[in-house]
Design a protein around this ligand. Sequence first.
Ligand code: SF4
Ligand code: SF4
Ligand code: SF4
Length: 513
Amino acid sequence: MSRSLPPIRNFAFVCERVSVLVPEEVLVKNGFGYRTVNCIGQVGTGSILQAFEYGADQVVLLGCPEQECRHGIGAQNARKQVETSRQLLNLMGFNPEAVRFVPVSERSEHDDLFSVRLASNRSSGQKVAVGIEPENDDNFAPAGTKRQTDFVCIECGRCSGVCPVARTGLGFSPRRLMQKAGTEDAPLKTRALYACLGCDLCKTVCPSGKSIAEEILRLRVIAFQQGTQPVMAHDGVVQTLIRMMAKTTLPQNRREWISSDLRVADRGEIALWTGCAPYFDVLFKEMEVNQVGTLRNAVRIMNRLGIEPVILADERCCGHDLLWLGDVRTVKKLARHNLTQLQDAGVKEVVFLCPECLRTFKLDYPRLAGTQGAELKLKHISEFLFEHGFKPAGNGTQIRVTYHDPCRLSRHLGVEDAPRQLIGQVNGVELVEMAHNRSEGLCCGGTSWLECGAAVKLLQDRRLQEWQAVKAETLITGCGKCEIHLRCAQMSRGNNNKAQKIVNLIDFFADKE
Ligand code: SF4
Ligand code: SF4
Ligand code: SF4
């Protein structure tokens, strides 16, 4: 994608059958850039939002009416993608009607198709086209050459022996990547560079004592600077959303989820980091994801402890998923923005529900934003609640549960005890461990919304089997993303057993109150 092209204000996705009825000259006369697709149902939310990211004021999907679609579900799927895009635009503070599905038949009048509905912001009139901000607007230091590394691989192969992705037998070898990591012919254009989950399991065996995942991240940064883009899950919608959140002009509705029973503050010493919960609820509504509900439960628990947490009105994504794609420049902007917002609100301690946000603040922001924010105390909600003496209740009903360690929380940050100590206090709960737990716990398989292929599915199967083996009714996790990925795996295998639940730690406690 060229960043030097002028933004296209009106953009149409056109089903190839419809392109006969609405030819190029008509689109151009009406000021539209366009892309022809085989079927309008193929256009995903990620592509729609990307058109806005690159400057469109409105996006129309021109496709056959329901009853005339030769694929049967094209129009139906287009309506679904439009609805999801509208909900996301609404969260970002823009006019949702800027995206439309328009069924086109031989009877359609062209003038009707192009009645323009600009995506103005409801209050300020600001356009949705957040545009492309100029390159080199900060002094980001380039990642350096491929040789700039003190990582020495002696090719012992231990990493490949423990790596869950390598063990699927589908061809990934961290040893092969690391052999060449510091050389001029470092593997920058291979799919393998993006197969690593960053789970850090190999760090526990590598004689270098260093993190292979960090080395792989370094290579991804260089690859990104050279224009490499990996395969992304869900049409790249999460990455697009994050890039849009890095634009300074975004007028998002960050606090709409706060219900009247919750006590929150604009300023204060303790903040609750909300992450991308409202966006995930829109994207994964078919999985009945309710991360906003988890946020509400977290605030309720904090309120009961006498704490009214700050919820920032202009919080942005921490940038974790773009960082692991190699896009350091955008994450640097997000880091500065978020740290400034926290400082301006007088915050001294930040409590996180999402381990990936916590890791990014703790380990990555210092190298992206220098000393800014260095004085902040950063805690996972489980650590924070344990330290504040939270005692989860429970009516004594016997229940057997297991706990899934999120890689970012356990191996990256060493938080393993606090969630278990809290769960262990719930009256009637028996906590049993899966075969792999704590620092050896298996990854949920999903990482940074990169390609979700066969290896990921095998890993998820393995984790679900470990859960089955301990005969626990409920799998508790301390990460909203693990919850989504494991629930997805459970559903895609047709497991609709309502008695077997995957729940967030906070929702588990709330349910026992
Ligand atoms: S970090 Fe995890 S997925 Fe990546 S190479 Fe190491 S063990 Fe494999
Ligand atoms: S474990 Fe470390 S030293 Fe051994 S092959 Fe892997 S990267 Fe190289
Ligand atoms: S596991 Fe499911 S939710 Fe997660 S990336 Fe893969 S398809 Fe998406």
